[in-house]
Design a protein around this ligand. Structure first.
Ligand SMILES: N[C@@H](CCC(=O)N[C@@H](CS)C(=O)NCC(=O)O)C(=O)O
Length: 206
């Protein structure tokens, strides 16, 4: 059995999907949470100057989405076919691209809310933003209660949960405008291993 050690900040952000995959798989890992004061010293020791970095035995892996695909394949969380894996991968890659355009660090609350609203706006089809992405995926779910890919649990569902939580932490509402996606998030939060993990995970701002 490989030994896993995850290096990331004491945040959910780009590390949390990896932690959720480990939780769902029931796989132990060393969750190294880097404090901001210790980061400048550690930064030059990482392969590309950023985290997450996952150590698997003696191999160091970078790029959160490449790492998560690797883990999801290892733990059989990618669906039943190459096309299913593509569908899960597309959800995660597209949502991730826009999730990190949200104004996590904005200090001016009023401006922050305006920026979040702009990112979630669905009134203009020409806009390419998180709202548009969520709207498209909402329309691809056959019925409320289904998991995203072929109604079988994949790591994309874990990310949908993470996106919902992240948006909720910013605007207090999450994905209530996208009820089928929100239903997936709720279902994920009730999966026994995830529920146990959520009850004990450290509390972070985002
Ligand atoms: N595309 C990379 C982005 C990595 C990245 O930007 N990581 C941020 C934290 S989310 C970081 O290490 N920031 C600290 C720094 O750049 O010094 C990934 O997905 O892993």
């Amino acid at each position: 059995m490989p030994k896993y050690r995850l290096h990331y900040f004491d945040l959910r952000a780009r590390g949390e999907l990896l932690r959720l995959v480990f939780a769902e798989a029931g796989q132990d890992f060393d969750d190294k949470r880097i404090s901001f004061p210790e980061w400048p010293k550690l930064k030059p020791t990482t392969p590309f100057g950023g985290v997450p970095v996952l150590e698997v035995d003696n191999q160091r892996m970078s790029q959160s989405l490449c790492i998560v695909r690797y883990l999801a394949r290892e733990f059989k969380l990618t669906g039943d076919s190459n096309k299913h894996e593509f569908a899960a991968d597309e959800v995660v890659t597209t949502m991730e691209e826009f999730l990190f355009k949200l104004p996590f660090m904005e200090q001016d609350q009023k401006k922050k809310m305006e920026l979040v609203k702009e990112q979630l706006d669905t009134s203009d089809k020409a806009k390419f933003n998180l709202g548009r992405v969520l709207q498209t995926y909402e329309s691809r779910i056959a019925k409320k209660g289904d998991y995203f890919v072929n109604n079988k649990f994949t790591y994309a569902d874990l990310f949908i949960y993470h996106v919902s939580q992240t948006v909720k932490a910013l605007d207090g509402k999450g994905m209530t405008s996208f009820p089928k996606l929100e239903a997936i998030a709720e279902r994920v939060s009730q999966r026994p291993k995830i529920k146990k993990y959520l009850a004990s995970r450290p509390s972070c701002p985002f």
